[in-house]
Design a protein around this ligand. Structure first.
Ligand code: ADP
Ligand code: TRP
Length: 355
């Protein structure tokens, strides 16, 4: 039986952090033996926020090295760079003809990023939405809310649809993009009366999608939140970040409710430690004898058990340009086989045919 097709990618916007690892990369590696895996670096998506060209190139290389260091085997996986697949931008142009600007403007990630770039806060009521739209339309070009950012979901949908992927291992923050991908696929299929694009689903081995919290008391660990623990952080830096994590005054009565910063520490502990360790700290929280310093020390140690082998291997890969080049060239060559077939068929379905 042929293996089910999997596709996922990470934007090249800097080193990978624990959110990327638990939300995405860990599953990439766990899936590689049993699925037809396609994992890439989304450098075209990174362009939507106008990176410095030198940094963009360095980030692409860094992420290839981190994928490999985390255990991705390029013999089993098509590991490629998005911009090495010219079929993607072409299908992106075609699919955009079936995507509404309204639905793109309502996408949460677009609104969040555009708001940040325009320096405006979260909306308090419906009127703010209208003001926001006016500001976007009236914004000066130097504010950088560009058409690429608006059409980000189309490009992501194409990454997935062009490979006919069934499964997309991503974190919780990407679920709206997956929903849009399914919508675009259905719309295309029904407009042309074909059964062509496959509707993809998130994948986390049957569990709910993951959201790794920040240690600053906030909801999510993310590059733009500036609260990341990186896979390549050295032990001293990493331990310092964990020891500085926000806490509260501690439980005053047995079985007190858990505040958000403490819940965040527990969530990370559940991802990184063994069940008996988690149980121990929950018990001492419940009977009020917990010392947050001990919890953090344990957490830092357990995170380091995961990150140290990765950190130690990254530099070996980074020093071997020839190898990296070979890996991504082979990956692109293999990924282009299905991409060019899908593009060819999509063109025909849409009526773009040779005489
Ligand atoms: P960032 O949000 O830091 O810019 P990306 O958007 O490039 O990172 O995310 C790449 C992958 O990592 C996606 O699958 C995304 O869902 C996942 N991811 C990023 N941050 C988190 C997080 N805090 N928790 C879970 N998954 C995350
Ligand atoms: N949007 C994703 C992120 O920010 C990255 C991405 C681009 C992606 N194309 C994709 C993820 C296709 C999965 C599948 O994390």
């Amino acid at each position: 039986m042929s293996k089910e097709i999997v596709l996922s990618g990470i934007r090249s916007t800097g080193n990978l952090h624990l959110g990327n690892y638990f939300g995405a990369l860990r599953n990439f590696v766990r899936m590689q033996d049993n699925y037809d895996c396609n994992f890439f670096i989304a450098d075209l998506h990174a362009l939507t926020t106008n990176p410095d060209p030198k940094q963009l190139h360095a980030s692409v290389k860094q992420i290839v090295a981190e994928y490999l260091a985390a255990g991705m085997d390029p013999e089993k996986v098509n590991l490629f760079i998005q911009s090495d697949i010219p079929e993607i931008p072409e299908l992106y142009l075609l699919l955009n003809m079936h995507v509404g600007i309204g639905e793109l403007m309502r996408t949460t990630s677009f609104k969040d990023k555009a708001r940040k770039m325009l320096g405006i806060g979260a909306p308090a009521n419906g009127d703010d939405e209208e003001a926001f739209e006016k500001q976007i339309i009236g914004a000066e070009t130097n504010k950088r809310v560009n058409a690429g950012l608006l059409t980000y979901p189309t490009l992501m949908a194409v990454d997935i649809l062009i490979q006919k992927a069934k499964w997309v291992p991503v974190g919780k923050d990407q679920e709206q993009h997956l929903e849009l991908t399914r919508r675009f696929a259905r719309r295309f299929n029904s407009f042309y009366g074909v059964d062509f694009f496959v509707e993809p689903q998130n994948f986390n081995f049957g569990a709910a999608a993951i959201k790794v919290p920040g240690l600053d008391g906030s909801g999510k660990m993310g590059k733009s939140e500036g609260n990341c623990i990186y896979l390549t952080d050295d032990p001293k830096t990493l331990t310092k970040k964990v020891m500085r994590a926000m806490t509260d005054e501690g439980p005053k009565e047995p079985n007190s409710p858990v505040s958000e910063p403490i819940q965040n520490l527990f969530t990370l502990l559940e991802l990184t430690s063994t069940p008996d360790v988690v149980k121990h700290f929950k018990d001492v929280y419940a009977d009020c004898s917990i010392r947050y310093g001990d919890l953090k020390k344990q957490l830092a140690e357990d995170i380091l058990k995961i990150t140290t082998p990765i950190r130690e291997r990254v530099n070996e890969y980074l020093a071997n340009d020839d190898y990296l080049r070979k890996v991504v060239a082979t990956g692109a060559e293999r990924a282009r086989v299905r991409a060019s077939q899908t593009l060819k068929e999509a063109r025909e379905i849409m009526g773009i045919r040779k005489f």
